[in-house]
Design a protein around this ligand. Structure first.
Ligand SMILES: [Zn+2]
Length: 406
């Protein structure tokens, strides 16, 4: 299949023009800029970008939208409301809920999602519901099966880290599904058990994620227990490699920033706002070497464009400085950064050999009309939303065909 894109993002702050994408099965086999459209090519107006990656999701929390957002309190009081909901979800009820959440993501341009999954109820029926939901929607899934050993609800917990590993080993990957690991947090997993999970991920070269320093109280409790910060505790457990993603990384010491420079960081700005978590040092992390990505987390809002620009815009509010991240760096976090965090190396790019996942953004919408071609990347990162997404392709297949363009 040949697609000819008026404008496409191949990296950098400006789009390439006349980009011919050749797709063989589920993979890009050739990408050529400054091409004339061949007669057999399908033409895409507007701007074509790689598929967007949502590196941190709890699909069930979509059900909290509106129920919790107007309340008072803090992260900790919100968590009690989240537990009340989690207690009611069954595998049969989870399939349509997760499918609705993933559908909303697909319509917003998300082509791969990392589901940080801890609704276990002692088995894999809930995980299978999530896997089925993603398959029905047609997006890629990395199921980050989460080790949760203490606190929370009984239904979150495995007996110990070996029982967690035995259960996860029953899950099977496929062309659209990766299985990864997660340590829920240093609150939910002790340092000895964290090492078991890290060893499991390292032995399989699998992605490993953990919530890290979302709240100051988590840091204080960890210092008390381990005489180390959460980041230092996870580093000592062997978790911090380039396959590791620290989710949030909001309240960090300078030493934590340096350690995370060897890993990845997933920012979830719309959730961090909603939960009054704070604003993490994204620029310092990037400059220390951390690869950034982003996630919709609690689904307070599902808009990958807003998530990407909020990395920059929230940091402006916190620092009084503009331009901490370029539009290209933000788009990279929203695409390749997320794919790599989720165990799809080489994905999230319009490049030969990459999975054929893409998003076509209309530039003639009420929001983006008038955009000059050379400004299309900045306009898309700083102003686009799900309403501007025209078409979405995953693995060489169109997910949505209703649009203004074709
Ligand atoms: Zn989370």
């Amino acid at each position: 299949m040949n697609l000819w894109c008026e404008l496409a993002w191949l990296g950098g702050d400006e789009p390439a023009r006349g980009v011919l994408l050749t797709i063989d099965g589920d993979t890009f086999s050739a990408v050529a800029a400054d091409s004339d459209p061949p007669p057999d090519a399908e033409r895409l107006a507007g701007l074509t970008i790689p598929g967007l990656a949502n590196a941190h999701s709890h699909a069930f929390q979509r059900e909290l939208r509106g129920r919790t957002h107007g309340g008072t309190g803090s992260f900790w009081t919100w968590r009690e409301q989240m537990y009340e909901l989690a207690e009611t979800i069954t595998p049969d009820g989870y399939l349509p809920l997760a499918r609705a959440t993933f559908n909303e993501m697909a319509l917003a341009g998300i082509t791969v999602v990392g589901e940080f999954h801890y609704l276990h109820r002692g088995g894999n029926a809930m995980a299978e519901a999530v896997i089925e939901a993603a398959a029905q929607v047609g997006i890629r899934l990395t199921l980050l099966d989460t080790c949760y050993l203490r606190g929370g609800l009984e239904s979150f917990r495995d007996a110990d880290a070996s029982a967690w590993a035995a259960r996860v080993d029953e899950l099977r990957e496929s062309s659209m599904l990766r299985i990864g690991a997660a340590i829920h947090s240093v609150r939910a997993v002790d340092a000895v058990s964290a090492r078991v999970v890290a060893n499991w991920a390292n032995a399989r070269q699998a992605p490993l994620h953990a919530h890290v320093s979302e709240q100051p109280a988590e840091n204080e409790a960890c210092l008390e227990e381990n005489s180390a910060t959460p980041t230092e505790t996870l580093a000592a457990a062997g978790a911090l490699t380039k396959r590791f993603t620290a989710v949030h990384a909001t309240h960090l010491t300078d030493a934590d920033v340096a350690l995370l420079g060897g890993a990845r960081v997933c920012l979830c700005p719309t959730t961090e706002r909603d939960l009054a978590d704070g604003i993490g040092p994204a620029r310092r992390l990037r400059e220390a070497g951390a690869a950034l990505c982003m996630g919709s987390d609690s689904q307070a809002f599902i808009d990958p464009f807003e998530e990407a620009r909020a990395i920059e815009l929230d940091e402006r509010l916190a620092t009084g400085v503009r331009g901490n991240h370029t539009p290209a760096q933000l788009l990279e976090a929203a695409t390749a950064g997320g794919y790599e965090s989720l165990g799809w190396p080489g994905g999230g790019r319009l490049a030969p050999g990459a999975p054929a996942d893409l998003v076509n953004v209309s530039l003639d919408t009420i929001t983006l009309a008038g955009t000059r071609p050379q400004d299309a990347i900045a306009a898309t990162v700083f102003a686009a939303g799900p309403r501007d997404v025209n078409r979405v392709m995953v693995a060489g297949r169109w997910l949505r065909t209703e649009g203004t363009d074709s």
